[in-house]
Design a protein around this ligand. Structure first.
Ligand code: NAD
Length: 359
């Protein structure tokens, strides 16, 4: 297969970690007979420096023309004093909007070799944990009508509203069910249907859509308060977790914490086409930029998600994940995941070793 990948390296450790992911993707292409081309593009602080804006029109145009986008991270102290609409993060929101990405997928995976990194008791995580949070990204209470007023008896008062349409719920349900189909065939849908009207619509719509379009996928419901408890009580019961915007925001951070390390977690954002945006969940880590100390694994795992979710390359994705597992099992660690008895290496060496294991 021929695939064209836009690479937005960004700022701070962005160039180091995307270089590592590109190396691994090149090895995947060689091992599985594909041709991948890579197009470096500017976004974030580097784009502000080069052309005065965080998201140049050329970058948007080229991303839309690519098969998928790989992103490092943007931002840093150099641009912190710029006004809000000219800051590097504006580029991030802009590219998500331009690509119509309404779903955010964050797998929180605890690798067996890193079980010590979890704050949970080892008995709860000894068989590994992988919770894929599929979060609706462009609707719900974060985008609803809001306001504030002064009340004579209560004082200053503020309000936000949550709104969801069938169309919005259906499209995120499709993303979750498609993912589940490639995995366990199970989706747990989170809501607060005992209280909220939007949650009752959410629950009805998720079931109706899944039954009509994904009869092979089993959907069960879980109230959000129970979900928050179950993630720390029995994380192994989860596979794909489907949530609204706010519930997903909260539960994905909780699930990420169960796995212990920010340098290991990848995410993808998808819309109506297969052209998605793939990135680590961490930022540009200016404190370690340029020192070869960054952990490239989150970005390499984001590239693995790209292979599976944008290109349909399930075998290739599994090969990258196996390579990561193998390198960790051999005891190689970057500084952020280092522990007694392990062998510390830098960003470049970690990526090289993972690429070497891809077969
Ligand atoms: P951060 O995630 O960049 O760093 C937090 C801590 O984690 C730091 O100590 C850092 O060294 C460490 N860390 C992060 N990624 C690592 C990796 N791959 N390997 C090893 N250690 C790693 O968060 P921050 O310091 O709050 O933000 C720094 C900049 O990044 C800010 O400008 C912020 O706006 C930006 N940011 C960007 C994104 C993005 O591009 N998606 C996300 C979050 C923050």
């Amino acid at each position: 297969m021929n695939k064209h990948i836009a690479v937005l390296a960004g700022d701070g450790i962005g160039p180091e970690i995307t270089e590592g992911a590109v190396l691994v993707l090149k090895k995947v292409a060689a091992a599985f007979g594909h041709t991948f081309s890579f197009e470096p593009l500017l976004m974030g602080g580097c784009a502000i420096d080069a052309c005065g804006e965080p998201l140049p029109a050329h970058t948007v145009e080229r991303c839309l023309a690519s098969d998928a986008v790989l992103l490092g991270a943007v931002g840093g102290p150099k641009w912190d004093t710029l006004p809000g609409d000219r800051r590097p993060e504006k580029g991030l929101l802009g590219i998500r909007k331009a690509m119509g990405l309404y779903s955010n997928i964050r797998p929180a995976r605890l690798w067996k070799a890193l079980a010590d990194a979890s704050p949970l008791k080892s008995a709860l995580v000894e068989n590994g944990v992988e919770i894929i949070v599929v979060r609706e990204l462009t609707g719900g209470i974060y985008f609803g009508k809001r306001g504030s007023y002064s009340d004579e008896t209560m004082g200053e008062t503020a309000w936000d509203t949550e709104q969801y349409s069938v169309r919005e719920i259906e499209r995120i349900t499709r993303i979750a069910c498609e993912l589940a189909r490639k995995r366990s065939g199970r989706v747990i849908s989170v809501d607060k249907a005992n209280v909220l009207e939007t949650s009752r619509l959410w629950r009805r719509t998720v079931h109706a859509y899944a039954e009509a379009h994904f009869p092979d996928v089993t959907v069960t419901d879980m109230l959000v308060d129970n979900a928050a408890m179950q993630i720390v009580k029995n994380p192994a019961q989860f596979d794909v977790l489907l949530t609204s915007n706010m519930f997903g925001d909260i539960l994905s951070d909780e699930a990420a914490q169960v796995t212990g390390s920010i340098g290991m977690l990848a995410s993808s954002s998808l819309g109506d086409t297969t052209c998605g945006l793939y990135e680590p969940i961490h930022g540009s880590a200016p404190d370690i930029a340029g020192t070869d100390a960054a952990n490239p694994i989150a970005t390499i795992l984001a590239a693995a998600m790209m292979l599976r979710d944008s290109f349909g390359m399930t075998k290739e994705c599994a090969a990258v994940e196996r390579a990561v597992e193998a390198v960790l099992a051999e005891g190689w660690r970057t500084a952020d995941i280092m522990s007694a008895g392990m062998k510390q290496i830098g960003c470049r060496e970690m990526a090289r070793r993972i690429a070497e294991h891809v077969s």
